[in-house]
Design a protein around this ligand. Structure first.
Ligand code: NAD
Ligand code: UDP
Length: 319
């Protein structure tokens, strides 16, 4: 039986990865310090003998007894309001955390994957973004703590690959959404859905002309799994190229949720990228992967999830 360590396991993507690797027959060792995650996301796996949970901060030395075949390092605050609130932890988990886990991968001779991000392209001057684009990041801006931690994470991973011959994978994840997103994480989908469910107006930042391309979580997990199992060691974009402006997106959500809320405008946060769309030619050619779930279907499933939350959970909001 394969043994797989997943960090950030109690978070949105980490918990879906736990489900996937359990379904693939692996023994899963889940690790998280719960700084932005929630045990609720994985508690259904607790009764399984093939599932173990360690409450541990990976910026401290990481020890796991026994062999490991795969390590997926997904621990990191991932939403702008999280990494603005906990900037030092964000830098540490990308830098020190990655270093610790690379050391563990080397000791166990395990295949190692990092969750990189479209944010390494910053506010991109090339559109759509190909893996060859070096990016346009403000190192000292408020988002720099996340973007630069992720850029360092890619560099140290490639250094371990080249210098120590470690078997590594780098997935560049573009905006992903779906069930188990935290309602108050400030990202645009939970923000708009929470507002719609509470009967509040939808807050569009700036004039709403900035674009994003949203990928449903099931598609993202499939792409990540295929990349891990492939023999390709350079970065691969995994995301849905279907691009939309944030203003049009707010209007779609108003239609989907059947509410009569208005759109209100708030200042655009500093360094908020103006456009983002993955070029997924590599994922198609190398992994035979492309997204299957359209935004309408994905957003419907996501709305069902948020509708199922209790009134108390719905009240918790950053807006
Ligand atoms: P999330 O906040 O839901 O999950 C992150 C998890 O990491 C949380 O459970 C948190 O408690 C844990 N964590 C943070 N610091 C830790 C530490 N020092 N030690 C142990 N655990 C720690 O975020 P997510 O959306 O699931 O993102 C997961 C990963 O994917 C992150 O690395 C993120 O940068 C990357 N990513 C996500 C997206 C997206 O759209 N969701 C896009 C690009 C990249
Ligand atoms: N956004 C918005 N209203 C909100 C939250 C976010 O208009 O209540 C915008 C945000 O400024 C950005 C886009 O939606 O342009 C996506 O934001 P998110 O935080 O989800 O992801 P990221 O900026 O990291 O891609």
């Amino acid at each position: 039986m394969k043994r797989t360590l997943i960090t950030g396991a109690a978070g949105f993507l980490g918990s879906h990865l736990c489900d996937r690797f359990i379904a693939e027959g692996h023994e899963v060792i889940a690790m998280d310090n719960l700084i932005t995650g929630d045990l609720k996301n994985i508690e259904h796996l607790f009764p399984l003998e093939r599932f173990k949970f360690y409450n541990h901060d990976v910026t401290n030395f990481v020890h796991v007894p026994g062999n490991l075949d795969y390590i997926l390092h997904f621990a990191s605050p991932a939403s702008p309001i999280d990494y603005l609130k906990i900037p030092i932890q964000t830098l540490k988990v990308g830098a020190l955390g990655t270093h610790n886990l690379l050391g563990l991968a080397k000791e166990k001779n395990a295949r190692f994957m990092i969750a990189s991000t479209s944010e390494i392209y910053g506010d991109p001057l090339v559109h759509p973004q190909t893996e060859e684009y070096y990016g346009n990041v403000n190192t000292i801006g408020p988002r720099g703590v996340y973007d630069e931690a992720k850029r360092f994470q890619e560099s140290i991973t490639m250094a371990y690959h080249r210098f120590h011959g470690l078997d590594t994978r780098i997935v560049r994840i573009f905006n992903t959404y779906g069930p188990r997103m935290r309602l108050n994480d400030g990202r645009v989908i939970p923000a708009f859905m929470g507002q719609a469910l509470r009967g509040e107006d939808l807050t569009v930042f700036g004039d709403g002309s900035q674009t994003r391309s949203f990928c449903f979580v099931d598609d993202e997990i499939e792409g990540i799994y295929r990349l891990l199992m492939s023999d390709y060691t350079l970065p691969v974009n995994i995301g849905n190229p279907n691009e939309i402006t944030i203003k049009d997106f707010a209007e779609e959500i108003i239609k989907l949720t059947g509410t009569d809320q208005k759109i209100i405008y708030k200042p655009l946060p500093k360094d908020d990228p103006m456009q983002r769309q993955p070029d997924i030619t590599k994922a198609k050619e190398i992994l035979g992967w492309e997204p299957k779930v359209g935004r309408e279907e994905g957003m419907r499933k996501t709305f069902e999830f948020f509708k199922g939350l209790s009134k108390e959970e719905l009240k918790k909001t950053e807006h």
